[in-house]
Design a protein around this ligand. Structure first.
Ligand code: G6P
Ligand code: ZN
Length: 543
């Protein structure tokens, strides 16, 4: 075994986006592409002697090949130990959990989250720091900066080690511990939720369907739901992680999780349904013929948090991303706790969680989580709902309806225009920015504009400023239209238009969502000239 220094030259464009560096597999397969980025990360981290690194991914195509390379590079960089998930598997929340539990310096997550996998699909790599959360921009910019001038990387020529068997081996001076990917995570879930009462629920004939979408949540959901909580075998569907996710688009929304939605509408539908994404950090919650919006889910969990042992002492605060509906704000107000509004991206919650300012966090993009780790957590949200259902013994729809009666309903929808020409998308945003100062006071349809701005966020903990985080048009009745360009796509640009309308009147709580929002949808189109800029008369996805 020997460590080699290999000459290389920079690849342009290795700047991590909202959630790490995501590119087509073909891009990652270029000679030294992965090596360049990993070396840039290691160089940024500096001395690794005595330190532990966590490594694993969602099992998509290229996962195994990347694990092999990174293990040999970590040994060359001088890490004392790498904890790698068996088979190279670790969900994003599990990486966060393992980093925290074992006091690691950080971890590498191999995933492109919900983006399609397979040889033609996407691959991704993300670095998480010692608190278990995604590296902040100060790190990711440094990774990028170093990648622009990289001239060499270091790698051990150690023979391939078996990552399919739990146990310890060595590469150079580094211990490689292949760990059960589920163990530490399951133990943490047991501390947070009342497993006994959930077991009773399943024992009473309660049925659920968890759609793992052939991605990494499968092994976790099977071990916890079917193994520890006594849910009948077959509760978890599409449970085996596949390199191409079985052709699924592993992004849980009603469009992509069509199989689950159909099942939940059948006459003998289970009582409760849920799905998770490629790397298991997202969640979708459904009842019989009923979909819970992620914004409502956050608000409902916050309002009922004391059902779960891990949250029985109350919440310190709630945080939501700016485009997420304000349903959680009302709950925070009634609990007398603060509600923080952050830019899109889970990393913005990190400081609030570390500082003990927030306990629960959520995003409209099917992300919910808490201070237990520093990533959003799909199965955690499902277990929280199960704990709530076990205590309340009511259908999902009734729990939501009663929440609306208590707090009012925030009608909410997101319209996506995917894969549009990037220049046109930027032009649309620029045109909107120019209009902003003239919008307040204008009458648009039945609404009057109260304020219009480009969202800026000053982190209350470290004072850092994030600018241009989404254009907001806020009406006098609190309704909102928000425009943002996605930071996670790999093809063209995606325009997201977020629509929200508050309705206090309980007799008006059962209007179909798109109908309830029709007035705002029309305004959103006309103010931003969406059809003209994108050439599309309809969104490609509505959530
Ligand atoms: C990832 C991030 C989330 C973010 C989501 C949508 O899942 O972890 O925090 O909300 O992407 O991002 P986008 O930029 O595509 O709207
Ligand atoms: Zn994800």
């Amino acid at each position: 075994m020997a460590i080699h220094t290999v000459a290389t030259s920079p690849y342009p464009g290795q700047r991590p986006g909202t959630s790490g560096l995501r590119k087509k597999v073909a891009v990652f397969s270029q000679p030294n592409y992965l090596e360049n980025f990993v070396q840039s990360v290691f160089d940024t981290l500096g001395d690794a002697s005595g330190k532990t690194l966590v490594l694993g991914g969602d099992g998509r195509f290229h996962n195994r090949a990347a694990v092999r390379v990174i293990l040999r590079m970590a040994a060359a960089h001088g890490f004392a130990r790498v904890l790698v998930g068996q088979g190279g598997i670790l969900s994003t929340p599990a990486v966060s959990c393992v980093i925290r539990k074992h006091g690691a310096l950080g971890g590498i997550v191999l995933s492109a989250s919900h983006n399609p996998g397979g040889p033609e699909g996407d691959f991704g790599i993300k670095y998480n720091i010692a608190n278990g959360g995604p590296a902040p921009e100060s790190y990711t910019e440094e990774f990028f900066h170093r990648s622009e001038s990289i001239a060499q990387y270091r790698i051990s020529d150690a023979p391939e080690i078996d990552i399919d068997r739990v146990g310890k081996t060595r590469i150079e001076e580094m211990d490689v511990e292949v760990i059960d990917p589920v163990g530490d995570y399951a133990e943490l879930m047991q501390q947070l939720f009342d497993f006994a009462i959930i077991r009773q629920l399943f024992g009473s004939g309660f049925r659920m369907c968890f759609d793992a979408m052939s991605a990494v949540s499968g092994p976790y959901a099977k071990a916890i739901l079917e193994g520890m909580l006594g849910a009948p075998a077959g509760t978890v569907i599409n449970a085996v992680p596949l390199e191409d996710f079985g052709g699924h688009h592993p992004d849980p929304n009603p469009v992509n999780a069509a199989q689950l939605i159909e099942l939940m509408a059948a006459p003998d539908a289970p009582h409760f349904g849920a799905a998770s994404d490629g790397d298991a950090d997202r969640n979708m919650i459904v009842g019989r013929k009923f979909e819970v919006t992620p914004s409502d889910s956050l608000a409902i969990l916050a309002a009922n948090a004391d059902v779960a042992p891990g949250y029985k002492d109350g919440l310190k605060g709630i945080a939501r991303s700016m485009p997420t509906s304000r349903a959680a704000d009302r709950v925070a107000e009634s609990l007398g706790i603060p509600c923080y509004e952050t830019p899109t991206g889970w990393k913005y919650f990190g400081n609030l969680l570390d500082a003990g300012k927030a306990t629960l966090c959520g995003e409209e993009s099917y992300g919910t989580g808490s201070s237990h780790i520093r990533e959003k957590d799909g199965l955690w949200a499902v277990l929280f709902w199960l704990n709530l259902l076990a205590v309340q013994r009511q259908p999902v729809e009734q729990i939501v309806a009663e929440h609306w009666v208590r707090f009012g309903r925030h009608y909410y929808s997101r319209h996506d225009y995917e894969n549009i020409v990037a220049d046109n998308a930027h032009m649309l945003m620029e045109d909107l920015r120019i209009k902003l100062p003239y919008l307040p006071g204008q009458q648009l349809g039945h609404y009057t504009v109260a304020s219009a701005d480009d969202f800026e966020y000053t982190d209350p903990v470290d004072g850092s400023l994030a600018r241009q985080q989404g254009i907001r048009i806020i009406m006098t009745d609190g309704s909102r239209i928000i425009y943002r360009l996605s930071g996670t796509g790999t093809e063209g640009a995606t325009l997201r238009v977020y629509l929200e309308r508050y309705e206090a009147d309980t007799t008006q709580h059962r209007i179909p969502t798109q109908q309830a929002l029709a007035g705002l949808i029309a305004i959103a189109d006309s103010v931003a000239s969406i059809v003209m800029h994108t050439g599309r008369s309809n969104p490609s996805v509505i959530t």
